[in-house]
Ligand binder design. Structure first.
Ligand code: ZN
Length: 333
């Protein structure tokens, strides 16, 4: 089996269908036909933009509001990723989106850690000779109005649980209405607390949004694919060793690109930008990492050498320990 690394994967957008059905049942939610469920969880070819894409998170979030829900969700997702050949992943979620039924942010974080540890236990009992999947968690701040208290608590939780599988923070949510620079205080705190971070930028907005994220001190950018609109930005990324967490199908869904044939991952690599390939949201985008690699191989001529470079870039940029990075280097050597 081929092995993969995913650094940009959202929990709520990547729940296996079987897990959603299981959670719906547990919450006595009326069952839906396959077509109805697909409409709720995944985008169609007609998806107009990022705003519409983001509406696909509403339904799964209904079933991610208790400790048990989150534990099951992480456990099932990791099992599914392992079966695809993943050996390392960073799963992100926003604790503040899991408080609709009075769960605290901290309880949400602890439930996800419990799910992860349960998965490790299960994995230890497996008798196959595949490489184990190791996972860490990234806590997302939300780019929404009036979330100062919630975002500030998320930063504190990332610091509190940094020895317990939480490895960093992210800024997620609609790009554009609120500029990245408005979140400076949170990233200043993160820096003071030595919390690594990544920021969604260069997706719905262009290089100016990326520059704001970079000015906050990020070394990783979620997407960043629109850097190619500015030669200056390309040079900045190369000079400062910035990693881009590229997500091809997701970028097609949100209409940044019309066709996969024109997805410029090879261009980024040829310009010596530290690009990586990730899923973003497996369920929303109807994809997985083996599919993404295959798609880019067949449609853009991505070579084995390119793929090796992408994986090395992922290892270098991972918010993982040196020991974990060495393990990954051995797997991909
Ligand atoms: Zn994302």
């Amino acid at each position: 089996m081929k092995n993969f690394i995913d650094l940009h994967l959202h929990l709520d957008g990547s729940l296996p269908y079987s897990t959603v059905k299981k959670l719906m049942k547990a919450h006595n939610f009326p069952s839906l036909t396959e077509t109805q469920l697909k409409e709720k969880l995944s985008v169609s070819k007609e998806c107009a933009n990022l705003q519409e894409y983001l509406t696909k998170f509403d339904f799964p979030l209904l079933f991610l509001q208790t400790k048990k829900d989150l534990e099951v969700a992480i456990f099932d997702l990791l099992k599914s990723l392992r079966s695809q050949g993943l050996v390392y992943t960073e799963i992100r979620f926003a604790p503040q989106l899991h408080t609709q039924k009075n769960l605290t942010q901290e309880e949400a974080v602890r439930a996800c850690i419990a799910g992860l540890e349960k998965f490790y236990k299960w994995q230890d009992e497996q008798q196959d000779n595949s490489y184990p999947l190791h996972a860490n968690l990234i806590l997302c701040l939300m780019r929404l109005p009036n979330r100062e208290q919630e975002n500030s608590l998320t930063v504190r939780l990332a610091a509190k649980y940094d020895q317990h599988h939480v490895v960093g923070i992210d800024l997620a949510g609609p790009e554009g209405p609120i500029p990245n620079k408005a979140f400076r205080p949170f990233f200043k705190d993160a820096k003071a607390l030595h919390i690594p971070f990544t920021i969604h930028a260069g997706e719905a907005a262009g290089p100016e949004s990326m520059q704001e994220a970079l000015d906050l001190g990020t070394k990783r950018i979620g997407h960043g694919i629109r850097c190619l609109e500015s030669e200056q930005m390309v040079q900045y990324l190369v000079d400062h060793n910035i990693t881009l967490e590229c997500c091809a199908t997701s970028n097609l869904n949100t209409k940044i690109f019309k066709k996969i044939d024109s997805y410029p991952l090879k261009t980024l690599l040829s310009k010596k930008i530290k690009a990586t390939l990730n899923c973003d949201n497996m369920t929303v985008s109807n994809t997985n990492l083996p599919k993404e690699f295959k798609l880019l191989e067949s449609k853009t001529g991505l070579t084995k050498l390119d793929e090796h470079q992408l994986l090395l870039n992922s290892i270098n940029a991972a918010f993982a320990s040196d020991q974990e990075k060495n393990r990954l280097l051995t797997i991909f050597s």
